[in-house]
Design a protein around this ligand. Structure first.
Ligand SMILES: [Zn+2]
Length: 425
């Protein structure tokens, strides 16, 4: 297939080159980039910008079923009285319906890969496969009972079954929920199992003030200090949030090459009270990437919003308009995210030999005109609804905003029905 006459190709290669009026020849990989290429099937890309598909590094996809169900509440009240009681009723079918809705939403807003942390991974796998999206599923691990397992031992067993189903588009990982819901023994077991299977480790830490100070009281250490003291951190670890990280903890993240998934909307909406110290993280070479977190705390999965907000939040918080420029925000959602997920050889940029995970945005729109600086327009002016085509592993999953792999209306009806059942009258 040939992507003909792309007005812009935002390569996100090492030099961050932007190519004008070129073609891209693909099969499941990017074969050639240049002028006047020949291919059997062609998509006209004039007036459009071709980008690497965005990567959502921290989601709980099935929680789309709880979108808008409980907002404007204090975090503990929200979790204990609204979210956890419903999560206790989850099963694979609910997770499938929610993940299917989430996967369609991701594709329609330009994300072609996501890193989920949740339960009932087979439901997420089925949904991701039906849509055709690239998925990493971090098997949730906690010491207390959930709808899926009684304890962490059972959770590890489920992971070991899931890992056997690893494929080109589905990659299992371990999602130890947090240092306050997993014992030291559980965390170290997770580290060991992840090592055996060359899997990623995904964890929440230093999200809220309460969490950090409760933890400090109990263990005498802050969460990231603690994770370092038990040798949990490392290149395979991705920490969601880390908003309350101190300078010392940021240095630890840098030294251990631990990545951070920053979720600005969720942090603001849940009023976690901290703005992640991104400038210090960048100074310490911490790889910071972007996540939407769940649709219950966001309430959207649109990474274009997340890029914009991440940038604005740093500028507003530090009184410094030079912080987190547009190019860096785009890096966080593409090539940096690929690196955090150890997939930088496969995805995150448009280069020959990489997988054809690509999106096209229609730029013939008032809010995207003029295009003095296309990256600026992408981060500050565009939204997910400007994405008109999405391709994963060389397969077109959406064209002219129509999902090609399934009937979108049926997905919405299924999700609506599941959400009503779950929430009750
Ligand atoms: Zn989360």
């Amino acid at each position: 297939m040939i992507l003909k006459n792309c007005s812009w190709i935002v390569t996100q290669n090492q030099k961050r080159e932007i190519l004008r009026n070129k073609d891209v020849l693909i099969d499941d990989e990017i074969i050639e980039i240049g002028p006047n290429l020949k291919g059997e099937e062609a998509i006209d890309c004039s007036g459009k910008a071709l980008l690497p598909g965005l990567i959502n590094a921290h989601t709980h996809l099935a929680m789309t079923l709880l979108r808008g169900y409980a907002d404007d509440m204090l975090l503990q009240d929200w979790l204990q009285n609204k979210i956890w009681p419903l999560e206790a009723k989850l099963n694979e079918d609910y997770v499938y319906c929610g993940a299917l809705l989430g996967a369609v939403e991701l594709i329609k807003s330009g994300a072609t890969c996501f890193n989920d942390m949740y339960f009932f991974g087979n439901g997420v796998k089925r949904a991701a496969e039906e849509v055709g999206i690239r998925a990493i599923f971090s098997q949730g691990v906690l010491d207390f009972p959930t709808a899926e397992f009684k304890n962490s031992k059972e959770a590890f067993k489920i992971f070991k079954k899931l890992i056997k189903q690893k494929s080109e588009l589905f990659q299992p990982a371990i999602g130890t929920h947090s240092p306050y819901t997993c014992s030291e023994e559980t965390l170290l077991k997770a580290k060991e199992i992840a090592g055996e299977h060359n899997a990623l480790l995904h964890i929440h830490a230093s999200e809220t003030r309460k969490e950090v100070y409760d933890f400090l009281k109990q263990k005498g250490k802050r969460p990231i200090e603690y994770l370092n003291s038990i040798n949990f951190l490392g290149e395979e670890v991705l920490i969601a949030h880390a908003g309350w990280a101190t300078k010392g903890e940021v240095a630890i993240l840098g030294k251990t090459k631990t990545s951070v998934a920053h979720c600005p909307t969720s942090n603001m909406k849940l009023a976690v009270g901290a703005v992640a110290p991104l400038p210090e993280m960048f100074e310490n070479n911490v790889n910071v990437v972007l996540g939407s977190d769940s649709a219950a705390s966001n309430n959207s999965l649109d990474l274009f919003r997340e890029m914009r907000l991440a940038s604005l939040l740093q500028k507003a918080h530090r009184w410094d308009a030079t912080l987190l420029p547009a190019q860096k925000a785009l890096d966080m959602a593409t090539i940096d995210a690929a690196r955090a997920l150890h997939m930088q050889d496969k995805i995150g940029s448009i280069e020959v030999g990489k997988k054809a995970d690509l999106i096209l945005l229609d730029f013939k729109k008032p809010h995207l005109t003029p295009a003095h600086n296309i990256v600026s327009n992408l981060v500050y002016s565009a939204s997910g609804s400007d994405v008109d085509t999405a391709i994963v592993n060389g397969e077109i999953l959406m064209q002219n905003r129509r999902i090609t792999t399934l009937n979108e209306r049926e997905v919405l009806e299924k999700a609506e029905k599941a959400a009503r059942e779950l929430v009750g009258p």
